[in-house]
Structures are given as C-alpha cells and as structure tokens.
Design a protein around this ligand. Structure first.
Ligand code: SF4
Length: 366
C-alpha cells in the first residue's frame, strides 16, 4: 500500500504558493528570446550571461552569440579572442572563457550534448549549483530547484527567513524551501515563475505587494517587514583606483597592449597601455613614467580624456594621455604585450568597456 505524505499546514501553504505562481506566470511572463525553445545550450548561455547582468542588457548579447556560435560544438571550436569579443561589455570575462572550456569538455565527455542530471552538470568546469539547476529544470524539465538573487529575495520574504543568505546555513535553508515549493513535473515554469516574480513584483527596495499572487501566504507582508528581507551583509566599501593610459598612434595604427593569460582581470583582452598609480601621484607624472618605461624618452603628453568606471568594488578614474613623439619614432619595450593595430582592427579586438569607450571617443570617425 502506498503511503501518502501527511498534509500539514506548511505543505499546504507551499502547494498554494506553487499553484499561484504557475497561474501568475502563465499571464505575466516576459517574452524573452531564450524562452522560445527549451534548448539546453541556449538556456546555459542565457543563464551565465544573466548572472550579475540585467535582462535588457543581455538580450542583444545573447542574440549575437547564438548567431555566431549556435551550438556547443561551434563554441568548443571557436577562438578565445572571438568569445571575448562577443562578450565585450558584459564584464566578468572569466565567465566567457569558462563557457568555451566547458563546451570543449561537453564535446569530449558528452558527445556535444549538455548532460541532463545536476550531478553530471556540476562536474563540468564553471557550472555551479544555480546554473546546473537552471539547465536541468528549464531545458530538461527535471524536478530540480534553483536559487539565485531573485529567488533569495522572494523566499526570504515569503518565509521570513532570517540570516545572511550567503552563509552556508541560510543558503541550505533556501535551497530546501525552493525544493519544497517546486511543483513536481512543472519545474521549468515553476522555477522561472519564482525568478520572474522576483524580477517584476518582489523587487529590491519597495516590492509591489498589492500585485503579488502569493501575498496571502507571505510572512514579510503579513508582518509589514518586507524591507527587512533578505538580511544581506553590508557591501564592502568602494575603493578608488587611479589609472593612467597612453593614446599613441602612428600611420593609422593605435598602440595597444594585451593582458597576459594570468592577469587577475581582463586576461587576454586588449587595452591602451595602462599603469595603476597611487592616488597621491599626479596623473600626468604617472603617464610620463609609463611613457618612459614603454616607449623610452622623447615624447610629449597632453590629457585627451578622463573616464570613470566601476569594476566590482573599485571605482577607477582613467586618465588618457595623447602622446606625440618628437622624433616621429618609437622603440617599444619588449615583453610588455605591446602591438600596433590598424584602427579597423581595433574595432575587432576584445577590450574592457572603459577602453572601448575611449577608443570610440578618440579614434578618427570614418
Ligand atoms: Fe514579495 Fe510582497 Fe509578494 Fe511578499 S507579498 S512575496 S514581499 S511582493
């Protein structure tokens, strides 16, 4: 005889939440390009792009990527520079490099097809619990939960979950709740509904509780404590950084430098020759120091532009100096990754966003 699970008020509440979310999702889901077909490859690429990045930013990147690299095999056979260029502007470039490496592993070990189980997916490089849950549930309809930033916000509010969600104990609790609320056989829609609710209704700051389909079961709403959850740790303070860069052109070419493969940021990308310098050092002094090191004596500097940009917890001030040579010749330092590229080639190089912005401002308009 089969024993039916005991129906408790908690399990009934979770069942109500699941049903209400599915009903709401049917009418309110956004038409997003990766939702058009449950292609495991497209799901994987979109989920990795969406980490730390807004949907509206991701859409054109996703479409361009799928046109250039439509399959796991195409990605596995691509050049790293192509992948970095397709990713340019999305930041966290290790994600792009990992995608390519993972595609090669999928071709090698799984005949080019993303595996179906969370356990196998987790064994692939660069696939964490969230991405594995997303691929298994959204692409393969496996009954697997997932927890991302949106889900954290919804679940901590619904169940008034205290504690920092980045700690192991609270994270475990959230994964358990996500699994208990999941409607079996409907994981694809349920997981997307939970994330969609976090993106559209249970938003950061002031959630739109009066439009929320699960308001009747929400502890934070009942207590008027929506702003308390999630109890996130305070972010690390922003650290200012000063960068001086050189704008050197010669016969229709621009001097650029490739960051080495072991660089902590932007490995493999190209940028203007750049020096990080202490805030106490005047930017033009740092620029002159960089010029002397890379190109030797005999150049003059004038400030061309200043760009402010943020990278993780850093706020970078980038001063770019236009350099002219008194002799008309340069002796490039060896082993500095320097190279001349035509203006047309510069457009094809993968570059960090701030350097691309400078290039777009300073390159002659054709
Ligand atoms: Fe979020 Fe408000 Fe809905 Fe609760 S009622 S889940 S706080 S939007």
């Amino acid at each position: 005889m089969t024993t039916l699970p005991l129906s408790t008020p908690e399990s009934q509440q979770k069942a109500r939440i699941g049903a209400a979310l599915l009903e709401w999702y049917q009418h309110h889901q956004r038409a997003l390009p990766w939702r058009q077909a449950a292609d495991p490859y497209a799901v994987w690429i979109s989920e990795v792009m969406l980490q730390q990045t807004q949907v509206s930013t991701v859409i054109p990147y996703f479409q361009r990527w799928l046109r250039a690299l439509p399959t796991v095999r195409a990605l596995a056979l691509s050049e790293e520079q192509e992948v970095l260029q397709l990713w340019e502007g999305l930041g966290y470039y290790s994600r792009a490099r990992n995608l390519r490496r993972t595609a090669q592993a999928i071709v090698r070990e799984h005949d080019g097809v993303l595996p179906r189980s969370v356990e196998q997916l987790r064994r692939l490089p660069g696939i964490g619990p969230y991405t594995a849950g997303a691929i298994a549930s959204i692409a393969y309809q496996a009954d697997e939960p997932l927890v991302d930033g949106n889900v954290i916000r919804v679940l901590t509010r619904l169940f008034a979950v205290p504690g920092d969600p980045t700690t192991t104990a609270t994270s475990r609790e959230l994964w358990k709740l996500a699994g208990e609320c999941l409607v079996k056989g409907r994981a694809r829609d349920f997981n997307q509904a939970l994330m969609e609710l976090g993106a559209l209704v249970c938003t950061k700051g002031k959630p739109h509780c009066l439009e929320c389909p699960v308001r009747g079961d929400c502890s934070a709403f009942a207590q008027g404590e929506q702003a308390r959850f999630p109890e996130v740790r305070k972010r690390a303070a922003i650290t200012p950084l000063s960068h001086a860069a050189l704008w050197v052109t010669s016969r229709g070419r621009l001097l650029v430098a490739q960051l080495p493969a072991n660089a902590p940021r932007w490995a493999g990308l190209w940028r203007l020759p750049t020096l990080e310098h202490p805030a106490s050092e005047a930017p033009h002094v740092a620029g002159a120091r960089l010029l002397e090191t890379l190109l030797g004596p005999g150049g003059d500097l004038t400030l061309a532009t200043t760009v402010q940009h943020s990278v993780t917890r850093y706020r970078v001030t980038l001063n770019v100096f236009r350099v002219t040579s008194r002799s008309g010749k340069w002796a490039l330092a060896k082993d500095a990754g320097l190279g001349w590229r035509t203006f047309a080639q510069v457009a094809e190089l993968p570059m960090p966003a701030a350097h691309r912005k400078v290039a777009l401002t300073l390159l002659p308009k054709s």
